[in-house]
Ligand binder design. Structure first.
Ligand SMILES: Cc1ncc(C[n+]2csc(CCOP(=O)(O)OP(=O)(O)O)c2C)c(N)n1
Length: 633
């Protein structure tokens, strides 16, 4: 017999399915997700946790017309599978394949692109307002996790939604996990919310007990009644949301399909903002993911039976792990050092730091803006905070970097992991803009290590600075270079020469510097003598070294994995313009396009950033300009 999943041709068919059929379908969807992600890698645990609620939502609503915004969007695999993308699932997150996140260009069932967290309620409210202005009728739903709810953005949206009183629904998927365990007072609050029934039962029991105490019982009950409002605040489920203007429903078992359907049907009738609180198990249905949901939040290809990750073990340490180890070393020597993450203790490599220095480590939740200003508060009070945030997520905290840190020149160190192309997560996650958005900020020292040893030395250098600094480094393995045992201070604004040459100079940022050095060595066999400089500093630039090299070599090539607009190459052009230099320049970097998802080498190939491309691009540029020069002479 054909499987339920194979037979499903439209989500509308869910409405007429029996409970048993839905149960079977949920099982098949889970098996399909596990099978598929074991091959491609992807966000496993979050998607496994929301299968029943996804089916219930599609049964009650019709998302060819109604709207749903999946917050972050990493949990939307079941939604993708039942909305026509099952047969493309083997291409998930692959070059040219379907995205790991909702994409409005991919399906009419995806209504808003996501990837960064906590945007869903704002977007849903905007849609609800537009709907009403247009006199339309769709239902609008924001689906948000308890982790994503920790961001200020989500609360800003609820604040306005409670005020506007537009008809909209928020589904709060509470699995007590962000990527790691969810943190903070809100998470504690969600844990304490009792069901309505439980509240009533507790209240009745208290009454019975008090009445049975001779003398004080009745008068105490009167007092308690007078304090009802206060007591309610303690016991009524979801009071926080009620006070924000939402009608609170829940908590509901997020794996009980029938209960979910009746709850959604009732909630749908409420005219105004309603929040449905569901409790789910992250990783549901795959024992390894249920046991270690943080580890299985994002999975590399794996063997299903053992949960073992496939592929060769990495021999060269990643930038992330070198960062984590160096932070530990620095913190042992300098008690002023603190470390801050916005819900990414493992992704940023700070887990060991958190174990060794629990008092000096802070996971602030998904709250990048707060993370930065919180660090600034520590810095102005004599601490040396290191804020570890992926390049793409620091975009959230731009004003805090400028207004709360750099304008006061506070000694915060921004550690930007995942700078450059990140691969399978795609357009929302590439770190392609940080050089452009950080470069104009006064007082900020901006560095990029060419290898993991330089990362260590830059961290050490930054630890001694009395002003703000940012260090950007890529995802994945380092260059495999030996690590200095004794950390070296790097003079601020000083580059280093990786190769001497006379025909042209390559000025490169980050690991592009070693790439360029290898390319230049190959070009030497074609008779071209190319100087290669590891810029190290994007700000301040090593002006003397750059101007000398430009003067001596006569042709300049800049290399960076950052947007060409406003990046390192732009900085070099500005320097040349200030010095009236008309030397030919080739800027290699990311053009003004959206870089999609795929394996990093494939994307680098498309963007002509691989060593092979650099070889031809640099050779062509030198040849062209030599011919022009000959003609002029
Ligand atoms: C602004 C931003 N910061 C950090 C992240 C990285 N991130 C992706 S998912 C996630 C946890 C989300 O937790 P939750 O919303 O509870 O969803 P769950 O995975 O538990 O289903 C984090 C921190 C992000 N996507 N966006």
């Amino acid at each position: 017999m054909d499987s339920m999943l194979n037979q499903l041709s439209s989500p509308r068919e869910l409405e007429t399915m029996t409970e048993g059929e839905i149960e079977q379908l949920a099982k098949e969807i889970r098996a399909f997700i596990i099978q598929s992600v074991s091959q491609t890698g992807g966000h496993l645990a979050s998607s496994l946790g929301v299968v029943e609620i996804t089916l219930a939502l599609h049964s009650v609503f019709d998302f060819s017309n109604d709207r749903i915004i999946w917050d972050v969007g990493h949990q939307a695999y079941a939604h993708k599978i039942i909305t026509g993308r099952m047969h493309d699932f083997h291409t998930l997150r692959q070059y040219g394949g379907i995205s790991g996140f909702p994409k409005i260009t991919e399906s009419p069932y995806d209504h808003f692109n996501t990837g960064h967290s906590s945007t869903s309620i704002s977007a849903a409210l905007g849609m609800a307002v537009s709907r009403d202005l247009a006199g339309q009728k769709q239902d609008v739903i924001a689906f948000i996790g308890d982790g994503s709810l920790t961001a200020g953005l989500a609360f800003e949206a609820m604040n306005q939604a409670g005020h506007l009183k537009k008809k909209m629904m928020v589904i709060l998927n509470d699995n007590e996990m962000s990527i790691s365990h969810n943190v903070g007072a809100l998470s504690g609050y969600l844990n304490q919310i009792l069901s309505g029934k439980l509240y009533n039962r507790m209240r009745n029991q208290v009454e019975v007990v008090l009445k049975s105490v001779p003398g004080i019982g009745n008068s105490f009950i009167k007092l308690a009644k007078a304090m009802e409002d206060t007591l309610k605040r303690l016991f009524v489920p979801g009071m926080l949301f009620e006070e924000l203007g939402f009608h609170y429903v829940g908590p509901v078992d997020g794996h009980d399909y029938t209960k979910l359907v009746t709850t959604l049907q009732k909630a749908r009738k409420i005219d105004g903002p309603v929040l449905v609180h569901i409790k789910t198990v992250k990783g549901k249905g795959y024992k390894y993911a249920e046991k270690s949901p943080a580890k299985w939040h994002g999975a590399s290809p794996f063997e299903i039976s053992s949960g073992r990750t496939l592929g060769k073990p990495k021999t060269v340490p990643s930038y992330t792990s070198v960062f984590g180890e160096t932070m530990l070393q620095l913190a042992k020597e300098n008690p002023k050092i603190t470390a801050i993450t916005a819900a990414m203790p493992s992704g940023t490599g700070l887990e060991r730091f958190s174990e060794h220095f629990p008092d000096r480590f802070f996971d602030v939740g998904i709250a990048e803006q707060h993370a930065v200003t919180f660090a600034a508060g520590m810095a102005i009070s004599g601490k040396k905070p290191f804020v570890a945030i992926y390049s793409t997520f620091l975009q959230r905290a731009y004003d805090q970097v400028i207004h709360d840190t750099c304008l006061m020149s506070l000694p915060v160190v921004f550690c930007l992991d995942r700078a450059g192309i990140v691969g399978a997560d795609g357009e929302t996650h590439h770190g392609l803009f940080d050089l452009s958005f950080l470069r104009p900020i006064p007082n900020l020292i901006l560095m990029a290590p060419a290898d993991e040893n330089e990362l260590r030395n830059m961290l050490f250098t930054a630890s001694g600075l009395s002003m703000p600094a940012a260090i950007r480094y890529p995802r994945g393995s380092g260059e495999g270079v030996p690590l200095d045992e004794v950390l070296q201070e790097i003079p601020i604004g000083k580059s280093r020469v990786l190769l001497e040459g006379e025909d042209a100079v390559v000025l490169a940022v980050g690991p592009m510097a070693w790439k360029a050095q290898r390319v230049a060595k190959r070009l030497a066999s074609e008779g071209l003598s190319i100087k290669v400089i590891d810029a190290r500093f994007i700000k301040p630039l090593d002006e003397t070294a750059i101007l000398d090299a430009v003067d001596n070599c006569g042709m300049v090539i800049t290399c960076e994995e950052n947007a060409l607009a406003g990046g390192f190459g732009s900085a070099v052009l500005e320097l040349m313009e200030q010095n009236r230099m008309l030397t030919p320049v080739l800027r290699i970097g990311i053009p003004d396009i959206i870089v999609h998802h795929g394996a990093t080498p494939e994307l680098q190939d498309e963007l002509r950033l691989t060593e092979a491309h650099l070889f031809y691009r640099i050779r062509e540029f030198i040849m062209e300009n030599r011919t022009v020069r000959k003609h002029r002479n």
